[in-house]
Design a binder for this molecule. Structure first.
Ligand SMILES: [Zn+2]
Ligand SMILES: [Zn+2]
Length: 287
């Protein structure tokens, strides 16, 4: 394992801090138009030493929630983009490759196929829509009670997703809050409101040796990190130590955004390391 603390370069005092973003999209995802090279150079220019691409491989149609994996097209574009980048890699930044695997339990065979389709450095496990329901991004929320019920089902499906081994890190726990907040609803996924459900989920992930992600996209939109701090505190109390950090950038201006703020927040909660993934194994990098 390389010594991440003593390289020369950007740092605080004498100590070099290896800074990395492990949730980045490019035009291999249907909701981004930024070429892989452009995202890489932007992340480097924003101070990242490493990025890990996590383009979408969703098991469902976002607008209906019906099972419709589009993996073959996606794989072809990823393969081409990766080869082009690796043939002439940008200077000053290390690039790793993974996927954001959505709704694994809705179509486990295809999810497994995507996870084993390449020697990925990391596979994120995400849930963007409940079974048979549109993406939380599109959902027409109508009441606080409905939001609460959706959050209950969301947490139950996250637990169900842990039955499958094809992901390493659970992404953006509490993703629902982003969209409920945007539509003016106050229901949230916090450790105060959902203690038992979150404890069961986090304990399972810890036992399985999997990590959780701190997704910084919410702070760009006036919200919180996902998961928010009460959940990270609970994770730590339960003995959780594997934390990945990612911007969820879909455009160059967001590449690496919020990573330093996440580092400060994690330090303030007592975490000492972030996990950098290589070949689906975490390496622990001082925060
Ligand atoms: Zn996502
Ligand atoms: Zn994402």
């Amino acid at each position: 394992m390389p010594d991440y603390t003593t390289r020369t370069g950007r740092g605080q005092g004498d100590v070099f801090l290896f800074t990395f973003d492990q949730h980045i999209h490019c035009d291999c995802s249907p909701d981004s138009s930024a070429p892989m090279r452009v995202m890489t150079e932007a992340a480097r220019d924003h101070g990242m030493d490493m990025i890990l691409f996590t383009d979408h491989v969703d098991m469902c149609d976002a607008k209906t929630g019906s099972v419709a994996p589009y993996w073959p097209d996606c794989e072809e574009k990823m393969t081409r983009s990766r080869a082009e980048l690796l043939a002439d890699p940008p200077m000053g930044i290390e690039v790793r490759f993974g996927i954001e695997l959505g709704e694994i339990h809705h179509c486990p065979e295809r999810a497994e196929e995507a996870a084993s389709g390449y020697e990925w450095d990391m596979v994120l496990g995400s849930l963007h829509n409940l079974r048979g329901t549109m993406d939380f991004y599109y959902y027409p929320y109508s009441s606080e009670a409905e939001c609460r019920e959706l959050n209950r089902r969301y947490l139950a499906e996250l637990l169900e997703m842990t039955e499958y081994s094809c992901f390493d890190v659970m992404a953006h726990i509490g993703y629902t809050s982003r969209y409920m907040m945007r539509r003016g609803f106050s229901e949230r996924v916090t450790a105060e409101l959902w203690h038992d459900e979150l404890e069961a989920l986090l304990r399972r992930l810890i036992e399985q040796g999997r990590g959780i992600e701190v997704n910084t996209s919410g702070i760009r939109q006036g919200g919180t990190f996902y998961p928010e701090e009460s959940i990270l505190r609970l994770y730590r109390e339960l003995g959780g130590e594997i934390v990945s950090v990612g911007s969820d950038a879909h455009m160059p201006s967001d590449a690496g955004a919020g990573i330093r703020e996440a580092r400060e927040m994690l330090r303030s909660l007592g975490f000492r390391y972030a996990a950098a993934y290589r070949r689906r194994k975490p390496e622990f990098i001082p925060l």
